[in-house]
Design a protein around this ligand. Sequence first.
Ligand SMILES: NC(=O)c1ccc[n+]([C@@H]2O[C@H](COP(=O)([O-])OP(=O)(O)OC[C@H]3O[C@@H](n4cnc5c(N)ncnc54)[C@H](OP(=O)(O)O)[C@@H]3O)[C@@H](O)[C@H]2O)c1
Length: 326
Amino acid sequence: MRAAVVTRYGAPDVLTLREVARPTPGPRDLLIRIKAATVSSGDARVRARRVPEGMGLLVRLALGWSGPRQPILGTECAGVVEAVGAGVTRFRVGDAVVAFLGAAMGAHAGYVCVREDGAVAPKPEALSWDEASALLFGGTTALHYLRAARLKPGERVLVLGASGAVGVAAVQLARHDGAEVTAVCSAANASLVTELGAARVIDYHAEDFTRGDARWDVVMDCVGATDYARCRRVLAPGGRLLRVVCGLGGQLAAPWQGRLSGHRVIAGVAAERPEDVRRLVELARDGVYRAVIDASMPLSRIAEAHARVDSGHKRGSVVVTLEGDP
Ligand SMILES: NC(=O)c1ccc[n+]([C@@H]2O[C@H](COP(=O)([O-])OP(=O)(O)OC[C@H]3O[C@@H](n4cnc5c(N)ncnc54)[C@H](OP(=O)(O)O)[C@@H]3O)[C@@H](O)[C@H]2O)c1
């Protein structure tokens, strides 16, 4: 099968297209023929070994010293079940599915295997392959953090970086949970985030949300643009700061920060839960949650897709398609 392969960390030109062996499904596995996959900010971080402050050594030990041990990146995909292991009961050959591979990666290839009881669910019929492939990276992260915040209906939530893949999911899911959402993004993305459910938009080029009189119950920083010292004043009593992007020092300090002021700071890696994948698929089927596609291009242009993600300016997700790729 064809795959985009990374054998050493670096700029997008380290990506090469190669023929590699097709994986063989185990007894409880599905073999998925991939139609579309995203190039997520996680993929671009691994390729470039661009990690939050203080995490360099840990990440090299976890992922590989000079290049990733898993050379095929790609955290989420949509495709068709091509084959199933002998013990599979929940899916059949020909089923259209979405899958979240998370840290295991492997979606930038013709085929991937996932366990039938893993993070895989039927693809909502009304969605295109591109739309279906982009439901899970931002969605699972947003669900994880909003759950950790114990968000209650009527609470005021500020989403910083509301136009990225995590941000667009957070705006929609917080709104769906009954929160009143303020989105922080560029003026160019104001109409997008309003459509997704934001009641108020702050243009981060024109206004600093930490300076006004408004207060929020939850501040969710999806881009690593703030910290507790800067947000403390705008957190309401009982307020929570969700630091989706946070260096090692911030992660170690999080459990203690804010305690004296009655605040909580939450940081760390989002959990990968099969039930979150099923919930996101249900919400997408019900029309209350959707992916936003920044750009879609064939796998042969994967370096270009990574460069777009590296820009830090994508709106939602960048997709690579495998349909028709030789
Ligand atoms: N903790 C975890 O487990 C976890 C899981 C998943 C992802 N992440 C991390 O979450 C981050 C977000 O990923 P992503 O894919 O959603 O998006 P991303 O590519 O990091 O963000 C792109 C978007 O952020 C906006 N943006 C950039 N700087 C901003 C600022 N200062 N204020 C407001 N908006 C700003 C950009 O808009 P403009 O073009 O208008 O600037 C763009 O639309 C990544 O760093 C990723 O590694 C963490």
